[in-house]
Write a protein that binds this ligand. Sequence first.
Ligand code: OGA
Ligand code: NI
Length: 357
Amino acid sequence: MTSSKFEPNDDILDFVIKKANGLKGLVDRSLEIIPNQCIQPKEHRLYKSQIDNQESIPTIDLSNFDDLNVEKSIQEAASKWGCFQIINHGIPIEVLEDLKDAGHKFFELPPEEKVKYCKDNYGAGESVLMFWSAIGEKNEKVLEWRDSIKHGCNPQNDSNLWPPQTRNQVLEYQKWAKPLAKKLLEILLKGLNVNVIDESLEPLLMGTMSININYYPPCPNPSITMGARRHCDGSCITLLFQDDTGGLYVQGTEGDKWIHVNPIKGALAVNIGDLLQIMSNDRYKSIEHCVAVDSSRARVSVPLFVNASLDSVIGPFPQMLKDGEKPVYKHILHSDYWDNFYRKRPSGKASLDFAKI
Ligand code: OGA
Ligand code: NI
């Protein structure tokens, strides 16, 4: 494949997606004018006036993981914010730094290497795929300013299909992060009076997992683009590693204000996803978040999405309803929730409407 140029009238989806140049490819062509298909409608942009500089989300030190106060802070943060950062979580810093370097190595490859990992559709069960979020409301297609690759981390997924630039780093991270995710989920469930994750609960809470690497190239005009538009994750929980560029914002507890998740070296951000909000019958809140891009630096982030298996039935735990509490959500097949989530890509908390009674 020849290294193609991008001209203003070219089909951006063909250039970015089909030919695997990515947003990175656009930026490399010394882009001065942002293509129309990357310009976010005004209601999807992040304005400085919407940022709350006073508040910050909690940081929880996990050195004494079994301390009851630590458990309580985790449960409280999940109820109040739906988001917190964790430090001293036990994952060595080198494992995280290696992940970040792997992200740069992969996305800086020429398109003819990356194209091997491109797929037309965002399939749920793929071992690996590169994808872009061309968001389709009313036929509008706007690309978020990022390139992403997903590594499916389930028994049926073959890690030999992962790129050699990311394979060992993602496998190593997975080895450390899975037990950590399980421990966090156990503490969260304990707060709901649901006991340890046994064989019957495991598929529901951690039946499928994937590790994405997001690469946000620098953007000549960050005020009219978004790295990721406001959304909630469709997971039970998400563990996110971010480099020190910054740009991740979460929705505050009051008004429509955004709070920056300040990068802390070696920390992970933990998000509550829609599935846990549904299972907890609103006790825990999935957190809306968005990503703004930087004008000069490429940013790498690595979310680990911890999900139900696709054949699980999702709904409030019986423990939530036993004292006569009304269920907010119905019981639905996770694969139906997933289909809606990725077909419609609802904005922010609208993602939960599909499961509401
Ligand atoms: C995501 C996401 C945040 C980030 O991939 O769902 O919200 O900081 N990423 O990249
Ligand atoms: Ni997200």
